[in-house]
Structure formats: C-alpha cells, structure tokens
Ligand binder design. Sequence first.
Ligand code: GUN
Ligand code: ZN
Length: 464
Amino acid sequence: RADVTKAYRGTILHFTGDPAGGGGNIHLLEDGALVVNEQGLINQVSPWVELPDELRAEAVQDYCDDLILPGFVDTHIHSGQIDAIASPGGDLRDWLESYVYPAERRFADEEYARRAAGDFLDTLLAAGTTTACVHTTTYKASTDAFFAAAYERDLRMVAGKVLMDAGGRADGGPVPDDYLDTDVRQAEDDCRELIDAWHGKGRGLYAITPRFGPTSTVEALRMAGRLFQEYADSGEPIWAQAHLAETRDEVDTVLERFIALKPRSYLDVYDKCGLVGPRSVWAHCLWPDNVYRSGLGGGRDWRLLKERQAGVAFCPTSNLFLGSGLFPLARTRRAGVRVGLGTDVGGGTSFSMLETLNEAYKVMALQGDYLSALRGFYLATRGGAEALHLEDRIGGFQPGNEADFVVLDFAATPLLERRTDAAEGLVERLFALATLGDERATKATYVLGRRAWTSDESHPDHGH
Ligand code: GUN
Ligand code: ZN
C-alpha cells in the first residue's frame, strides 16, 4: 500500500451513475488531481489548480498526457479458460465440448492451476482490469489457488467454484464424467469450505456458481439457491452467478430439462431455485422470454431482473465469436436493469475492456443504436460495479472508495496517436481510445493506491 498521501495529475474521468440518466453523472477533468491516502483509499478528486498547497506538496505522479480512470470491472470471465481463448469452431455446445471442458480439466493439476491463476490475474492487470466476477473450474483446489493469487495481489475479486453435476456422457451430454461434481453433498461441502476460507478474506468475495441449466440438476440449483439465501440473511452476503439464455439451443434444453418446475422462462428456473436477487450476476441473457418463444411472458424477465436488483453481463466479443446473438442494451436501459461489461474469456477473444467496448459499439450499431464513448467507459467501470453491487467500494472516485485505477495512454500506438492528434476534443479522443485501444494503452494499473502493473517493465510489479 501507499505509505504517503499521493496525488496523481492527469485527465480524470469517472461516473456516479449512468450518463444516459443525466450528464450530472459524468465527472471529467482535463487537468485534474486524484488524491489517494495512506490506506489506499480515494481522498478526493479536484482540478489541479484547486488542489490545496499542502496536498500539492505531497508526492506527485505526473500523468498529464494520460487518462486516469477507475480500474476496469469485468463482470464475467473464466479463469479456467486462459488456455482455451481463441479456439475456433462450432456453436456454444460444440465449442464447450471440444475446447472448454478439456481445458478446465487440466486444472486438476494443482501446480498448473496455481500458475494459471497468477498468470490470469496478471493478464487482467495488464489490461487495466482490477475487479472481475470469475468462474473458476469445478475443482475446489483450483478455486483455492485462484483466491490465494488474488489475495497475494490484494485484488477485489468475486469468484466461485463451478458447480456441475449433470450433462455428463452417462446421460448423453458433452461433459467428461470425471469433470462433474461427485454429488450435491460434496459440491455443497466444497462451497461451504471455500466460503469459510475466502469470503471476506482480504478483498475476496465468494460467488455461488452453478455453470448453467444444462449442467445442473434441480437439486444442485436448489442447494445453490439455499446457500445464496442463507448468506443473504447473514451479515456477509455472498454473490451468485451463472450463464443465462446465451443461445436458443440452451433455452430449449433448459425448458425441457426442468419441465417439472413448469418454468415461465429460463430465468424462472433460476428464480424458482432462489438464485435471483441482489448480487446475482447473469451472463449474456440474449434470449429472454420476450425475445424467444414470445408466448412465454412478454418482457417479464427484464422486469424481474430489475425488481430483484440482479446484474447482467454484456459480453460482446464472446457473443460475436460464438455467434450467440446481439445483446439488447437499449432494452435493458429502458427496463432499468443493472448491466456491466464482461469479456467472457475464453468465449470472449480479449482481456481488454477497450477491445470489448469496440465490439460493444458494433453490437449496438447492428441494432440501429449508438454507444457513446462516455456511456462505454461508464459501463466498463461504474456500470460493472453497480451490476456487482460494489459501487460503494470500487468503480469510481468518490471519497473513501478503494483506489483501484488505470492510467491509459492516448498515444499508445502510432495510429492512436495520430487519431488523438486529429481529434477535435476530449470526447472524440475518448472514442478513439475505446475503438483503437487494447492492452497496449495500459500505462499503469494501481491497486489500493499501489502500482501493481506498469508498461515500463515487461513484467508486473507484483513480487518486487
Ligand atoms: N455456458 C456454459 N458454460 C459456458 C462457458 O464456459 N462459456 C460461455 N460463453 N458460455 C457458457
Ligand atoms: Zn461465460
């Protein structure tokens, strides 16, 4: 942690809400100071010229030509898929079977799992991402390894062991049988031990993580919902996460598999098991009730997600790569649902939230909508924090917030530098950065006020 109050000078951008809800939510300072205290918390943001003399005299880091932004929040990603990214071919089901389950199975090797967890987190930091909502693998030990690596780096991470107890070869599914949980009892014991060990330790937060409907029994979903509710009533609520309605084939499979519940929709299956509430995070939701099988209820899914204060992860690079569909961001905005951006690596093709913004823009364009640079940067930071119910701690620069931030270089590549020089104003530069930028734009990443990654060296600061 920083041992003195420190001021960072540069262009500062952060949000206190969705800019679509009003310009008052945008805080943009061209020559600003971000002041961080010794505890690694935000002290204040102010115009540089208004910074009191005593603070100006403190240690100053000059990022005058750069953008200082809250660390990116990735609301959906798989640590077990760092070696499955960029695997071609097939729809979701084929791709999971051919690449993903075999890749995650390698995490049975604890040494491999330990190294992969560290590499995964360092790759996030290199992209400027300081918080993520993470599916690990079904192995408890790989989840311990993930939380241990996050703890070493002092990162605010939400994560959980993947729950899977169906869809194996024995019942004609694509999952290798030895990659499934033995039974619901073992899965519950694993979860409880992981919660005891890691939930609230350092900045770690536990998410109960049933993978999705096709790999769950109703007993497993009910167990997950019971745990989620049990902790919701305690002083230390846990999170819940799963995939939801990513493909039409998946929706069909789920409605058939859980027919005994008489579900109104796929979301209703999770809801009937007690999993939909504040701090639940749903990846994709491309085919909710009102879009697919339109007889099922006309938009009730979006209303339910809004009422329950659940979060949804919009994962454009994954949705395009797997050909799953186009996320209806404008619709979710009208419904008032909390939405963040996710990379969904390895279905997603980049760890970079800038590349994710670039693809998000195109997903909107294909639907006749427009995503502004400011709304994009909101989604990548504060929007993600809101989707995870962490907006009081991360995703912005309110006094007392945790000082996780990223410094982005407007001149990271020759082309970006040219485009930046040609830009008429700051908002145009921000759009160029979101569209042309990637990990190369990360100049430095700070965690609780401590520099955790810098482009000055080819390796992370961690461990030095
Ligand atoms: N649905 C169930 N598992 C997965 C996964 O690992 N990636 C994606 N994109 N969708 C899923
Ligand atoms: Zn996913």
